[in-house]
Design a protein around this ligand. Structure first.
Ligand SMILES: Cc1cc2nc3c(=O)[nH]c(=O)nc-3n(C[C@H](O)[C@H](O)[C@H](O)COP(=O)(O)O)c2cc1C
Length: 480
């Protein structure tokens, strides 16, 4: 069962589709008494407090201040609600926050080399290992260029149960989406700090999981981002590193396992640096993020972002829609996206109310920044239906669906391509959030009826798969 056996990804994808029937069949109530803790808490490690977010301070290599800035605006706590939910910088399915961030760094001016876990609860790092382990990441990524020269690396993991408590086996899709919204922030904030950052999906899973000391039946590495650029390459990997046995607070009284996710993860794992090198293919020129800055400082945008719960049926302008689409579809600096500007997801729109644009269905031709009309008409109620009957999609000014030609990408990348497609959709969705809020509009991620979405956009979308959905428009005031 290896990465090239792509029946595995198809099997997972097909079995976790939503349809009108599956939603009604699968309806069940949540076990609130067993709700998982939204934090990973190491019992015995002292906190290393991070400086509170202040203004931007540039610096290469990054120091504690820049890293704190980056971590806070990617996954930190930005809002507290009276019912105790601690909302984070990035949107997350069900506000269950199953993505953890870890930092691997060489010696920095104000932080010793080590492996650290980021805890947003007390805005602190906890050191899991002392020493410079970047060489190990270099080896695990088969010498990926940006990793070789990175003073720091941020590694994202997904904790199955924390999200599967509500979403069961679909959580593996959510890993990509919820990691993606964090990465949209992380890449955007790094850019604002003037720090080069590259997303790396090609790595030998076992080596990275071992470095982080993960209990892989429960938590697995999903992606890593190289941060900064130093001329001197990272030191070679230490030969052997011991296993970690660090105590953490249990998430729930009991946990339920959904084997389909473990199978999907195993099938999309890469085992050796040789396999990683072959997966990535020949070295391409690095992708730079194109300047299409947000109309407001990104930190300010993230600070007031929060998913819209109701939309007004008011139009947005054509310029506002263009900003959203252009910002979303900017090139992503990622090891799986070559040539520069390529994307694995396509953007399809239901336009309900955009000034100067006839309501209808459109395809966004990202390369020439043009909207191609597919059919005209009022599709508000169809949009609501496609979003599992949620009015948000029908009331919004626009619903942006991400569809991907999975046949193509699985053939190119094997099962690992499935991870990349979901992750990229999350990044695009995270960027829709940022571009909407930067223009004082609202947005929300939504889930959808897979095959009905494809059918709606066919024949243009025939053969593609529905991956993710965002709605954007004017938020209605609360309780209206
Ligand atoms: C991938 C994704 C899917 C989502 N799906 C839905 C949805 O179907 N319905 C909904 O009301 N909110 C949805 N949301 C919004 C989340 O509920 C929201 O992000 C979470 O409660 C955290 O709140 P915040 O975004 O305001 O910080 C989704 C968010 C994401 C990132």
């Amino acid at each position: 069962m290896g990465n090239p056996q792509i029946e595995q990804a198809w099997e997972y994808h097909n079995r976790t589709k939503h349809s009108y029937e599956s939603i009604r069949r699968g309806a069940r109530s949540l076990d609130w008494d067993n709700q998982p803790l939204p934090f990973k808490i190491y019992r015995d490690l002292p906190p290393i407090s991070l400086p509170p977010p202040a203004g931007r301070s540039a610096g290469e290599p990054p120091g504690l201040k820049q890293l704190a800035h980056l971590l806070h605006f990617s996954a930190g706590i930005t809002r507290r609600r009276r019912d105790e939910i601690l909302f984070r910088a990035a949107a997350c399915t069900g506000a269950l926050y199953e993505i953890e961030l870890y930092l691997v760094c060489g010696p920095l001016a104000d932080l010793p080399a080590g492996l650290y876990h980021f805890d947003p609860r007390d805005m602190a790092l906890r050191r899991l290992r002392d020493g410079d382990f970047r060489g190990l990441v270099v080896a695990a990524t088969a010498g990926e260029h940006s990793v070789v020269h990175a003073p720091a690396l941020v590694i994202s993991t997904g904790t199955y149960w924390r999200n599967a408590w509500k979403y069961q086996a679909r959580t593996y899709r959510h890993f990509g989406w919820d990691n993606g919204t964090i990465l949209a922030n992380l890449l955007g904030v790094a850019e604002a700090l003037g720090l080069p950052a590259t997303l790396v999906c090609g790595f030998a899973d076992t080596q990275i999981n071992h470095l982080l000391g993960l209990d892989t039946g429960r938590e697995v590495s999903l992606s890593l981002v190289s941060v900064g650029h130093a001329e001197s390459p990272a030191p070679p990997a230490p030969h052997e590193i011991p296993s970690l046995h660090l105590r953490t607070v249990p998430l729930s009284k009991r946990e339920v396992d959904y084997p389909a996710m473990q199978q999907m993860h195993a099938a999309s794992s890469l085992s050796t640096p040789e396999e990683v090198a072959a997966w990535r293919g020949p070295l391409q020129s690095p992708v730079r993020q194109e300047a299409a800055p947000l109309p407001e400082p990104i930190e300010q945008v993230i600070q007031h972002r929060g998913s819209t719960r109701h939309f007004e049926r008011e139009p947005i302008s054509y310029a506002q829609l263009s900003t959203i689409l252009e910002y979303a579809a900017r090139p992503i600096p990622a090891d799986f996206l070559t040539p520069a500007g390529a994307l694995l997801n396509d953007l399809y729109l239901i336009v309900n109310a955009v000034d100067g644009l006839e309501p209808g269905a459109y395809f966004y031709r990202a390369a020439d920044r043009a909207l191609e009309p597919l059919k005209h008409g009022d599709f508000r109620s169809r949009a609501t239906y496609l979003a599992l009957g949620q009015d948000l999609a029908g009331d919004a000014a626009v619903a942006v669906f991400f569809l991907s030609d999975l046949n193509l990408w699985l053939a190119r990348f094997g099962n690992r391509g499935y991870r990349a497609v979901q992750l990229e959709a999350g990044i695009l969705g995270g960027r829709v959030y940022l571009a909407a809020y930067a223009q004082h509009l609202g947005a929300t991620g939504l889930t959808f009826y897979d095959d009905d979405v494809v059918q709606f956009f066919s024949p243009h979308a025939a053969g593609k798969s529905a991956i993710f959905l965002m709605a954007g428009g004017h938020p209605a005031p609360p309780h209206s």
